[in-house]
Design a protein. Structure first.
Lengths: 293, 442
């Protein structure tokens, strides 16, 4: 009898096929995501020079001035705070609006449920058309003002387009988050809810103390997705507010064109990425066992 | 299993730390950016005699019978007329039909990105650049251009020799050439167009008259983060300096700061219906046509084109606005790309663009004494008005159709204000940010 311990198969032999399957995506991600990100990070530390008193061009250097400026210049600081603040508010509103709808979709067998679910995806397809539709809907002559005027709720049309309110309204609209949270609620066994109610919990208590905590992974995922979309919103403020909006993404674009300030634009991009990274860290915390601590 | 099923916080921090490390390393290693001074050498002028059309034909064949220009849209004339007409032109003169590649919307991006990549405009395959003069100094600083009129090419450039001196941009002599840029249309500026059926146009004499309450929420202008917006606003600054309302001189920060305060104090933001480009944006044009917008600040060519549109010809509702204190000019300027692949075709194209035929979109008199101009290219009046901006050669002005004279101010020279380009280059960012600070309070 052979009593020798069998040699484990070499690492490559064990994982070769997995690597092969992953390779196209990994190469793609490396080329279109990782490399540009590394360049962006590197650029953020570049300085710039006013070449021959005519044109600004980036100058390779290890220069922290762009980051210092981002956190000391009130304009940039305000823009960062505004972007994160609005994303936080709209994400919270988004999730709060999504919770009851998602719960309803998860627990009720209503006719046309799949149609309702698909409707939450519609704004994602062809965002530009839906933004223009919203821009029209919110104009002084648009249907919203028409309705409010007819209902005598207002006497003069509200000017929403051109103000940040239009963006806030749009970003608060739940789309994918409804589907993500619905999925999470579907994964919560109804027995837990029934048990809680048998023990005297009201419907609201059951929802907030049993269902929501058990679905927290999905809710956190929806929050992360919505928040990332919120801090990264570009077209929405550009169209609904105009070229001088305070969103950081638009400020980044303005740094590139017309100011040719790639280093500053990159530094602001890095700050946005780090903000999302911090949120992702907290998201991971909710995904770990006992992560609520 | 390659990885744990879920990314842990520790794993994420490790990954973020590694990325940060790589990034810092990347940031510490100077990138291989090429110093703009090390631009390619000028194309060696050909040894052949370019006075001989047959030799030119051979040179064109050797180059590949192709040429690429970066230019503007010309309201569609490039595709419908310039490309086929240039092929006809070269076929007729040199026996070789040269394919004209008309490229739009790349120059500003190139100016921002190519120096970062250590490349020049030649590397994106251009032979000729046609761009407003605002970018000329930057392109020259980056060594992107070579003299158009190097000795060997002079036989190809009879029209260049007729161009009036104010339209020529000269630089260091190279192979006998000194002309690095030439304006080819004439005066071109940022003015405005008004709806005369809905406004009392007699009230609008100068820039600051655009603060009139009748224009509340009815104006379209280029935004302040756009150089065109600066040049429109420059007209206001000039008028305010002339009137002593803000301190001068025109090209100084106190003047622009004062004018921005005037803009704010006079609630000019409320005049704006939409920031944008009425010249190129069909939606905004429709707003002007429908009366939703009553005034649009735009280029002279688009003003004239709008005046010549079929709906205005029918309704006669538009009037050009020539502010009496002056209008800032920013003229289309052509240059030959340094070290380009098609230098001979580039010179032929430049010479052709300076011709009366192109300047008038083919609608010109055969001789100055002719009564009627012939519409050789079968263009509309609006198309003619896009093309013709007063010309840069005396001959052209004598040959334009009589009807067109009504669309141009009697004396454009008296209204033309030159931009101090070095000052503007240095202060463009400051102007945009000052607007945000002073007017928007950001």
């Amino acid at each position: 009898m052979d009593t020798s311990i069998p040699h484990p198969r070499p690492w490559l032999a064990r994982n070769g096929s997995t690597l092969l399957l992953l390779a196209p995506l990994l190469i793609f991600m490396l080329g279109v995501f990782a490399m540009p990100m590394i360049f962006q990070f590197a650029f953020a530390f570049f300085d710039r020079v006013f070449y021959k008193n005519v044109i600004w061009i980036p100058k390779p250097a290890f220069y922290l001035g762009n980051f210092a400026k981002a956190f000391t210049d009130p304009t940039y600081l305000y823009s960062i705070a505004w972007t994160v603040g609005i994303a936080s508010v709209t994400t919270s509103a988004n999730i709060l609006l999504a919770l009851p709808v998602a719960y309803f979709l998860a627990r009720t067998k209503v006719w046309g449920r799949s149609l309702i679910e698909i409707s939450f995806l519609l704004p994602i397809f062809g965002e530009i058309f839906t933004i223009y539709a919203l821009a029209y809907a919110l104009t002084p002559q648009g249907p919203l003002n028409w309705l409010l005027l007819k209902l005598h709720l207002i006497h003069t049309p509200i000017e929403l387009v051109g103000s940040s309110w239009a963006v806030i309204i749009w970003m608060s609209l739940p789309t994918l988050s409804v589907l993500l949270i619905r999925s999470a609620f579907s994964g919560v066994d109804v027995l837990y809810e029934e048990a809680a109610q048998t023990m005297g919990a009201s419907a609201l208590q059951t929802f907030f103390k049993v269902t929501v905590p058990l679905a927290k992974n999905g809710i956190a995922g929806a929050f992360l997705l919505s928040f990332s979309g919120g801090v990264g919103a570009y077209t929405l403020p550009l169209i609904l507010v105009g070229p001088y909006n305070d969103w950081l993404t638009n400020k980044i674009q303005r740094e590139v064109d017309p100011y040719f300030n790639f280093p500053m634009a990159s530094a602001l991009g890095v700050i946005l990425t780090v903000i999302c990274g911090i949120l992702f860290y907290f998201y991971l915390r909710t995904q770990e066992p006992g992560g609520e601590r | 299993m390659l990885y744990p099923q879920r990314v842990s916080r520790r794993g994420f921090l490790r990954l973020a730390g590694m990325t940060g490390g790589v990034t810092l390393l990347a940031a510490c290693v100077p990138a291989g950016m090429q110093a703009p001074d090390q631009a390619p050498a000028a194309a060696a002028p050909p040894k052949i005699n370019l006075s001989d059309p047959k030799e030119v034909g051979k040179a064109l064949e050797a180059e590949g019978a192709e040429v690429s220009i970066s230019s503007w849209g010309w309201s569609g004339l490039a595709e419908t007329h310039f490309i086929p007409k240039f092929a006809e032109h070269t076929k007729q003169l040199y026996g070789t039909a040269v394919k004209l590649n008309w490229v739009t919307g790349v120059f500003d991006k190139a100016l921002a990105e190519l120096p970062v990549a250590g490349k020049t405009i030649k590397d994106i395959g251009l032979d000729v650049v046609d761009k407003e003069e605002e970018s000329f100094d930057a392109a020259m600083a980056l060594n992107w251009y070579e003299p158009i009129d190097m000795d060997a090419y002079k036989p190809l450039l009879p029209n260049l020799t007729d161009v009036e001196e104010p339209y020529i941009f000269k630089g260091t002599e190279e192979n006998g050439g000194v002309v690095y840029g030439t304006v080819y249309q004439g005066y071109e500026w940022l003015q405005a167009v008004l709806r005369k059926d809905k406004l009392d146009v007699n009230k609008f004499k100068d820039w600051t008259d655009l603060a009139d309450p009748d224009l509340r929420g009815k104006m379209v202008d280029y935004p302040f983060n756009d150089s065109r917006g600066h040049y429109v606003f420059g007209g206001f600054v000039n008028e305010l300096v002339n009137k002593g309302i803000v301190p001068g001189p025109l090209w100084s920060q106190p003047a622009w700061e004062g004018a921005l305060k005037w803009w704010k104090d006079n609630s000019m933001e409320q005049q704006i219906h939409k920031w944008g480009d009425i010249g190129n944006d069909p939606t905004i044009r429709l707003m002007l046509q429908s009366g939703e917008v009553l005034a649009g600040c735009t280029w002279g060519v688009y003003t004239r084109e709008l005046l010549g549109t079929d709906w205005n010809q029918r309704d006669d509702v538009l009037a050009p606005f020539y502010p009496k204190s002056g209008i800032l000019v920013d003229r289309e300027t052509m240059s030959a790309v340094r070290g380009a692949a098609h230098p001979v075709a580039a010179r032929i194209l430049i010479n052709w663009m300076l011709s009366t035929e192109v300047n008038t979109a083919g609608w010109y008199k055969e001789a100055p004494e002719d009564k009627e101009a012939v519409n050789h290219w079968n263009v509309t009046q609006a198309q003619f008005l896009v093309a013709y901006c007063g010309g840069v050669r005396a001959e052209t002005r004598k040959l334009i159709p009589d009807w067109a004279k009504a669309y141009h101010p009697a004396d454009p020279g008296s209204l033309s204000l030159k931009v101090d380009w070095p000052w503007h280059n240095k202060n463009a960012e400051w102007i945009s940010k000052s607007y945000e600070k002073i007017v928007l309070g950001k």
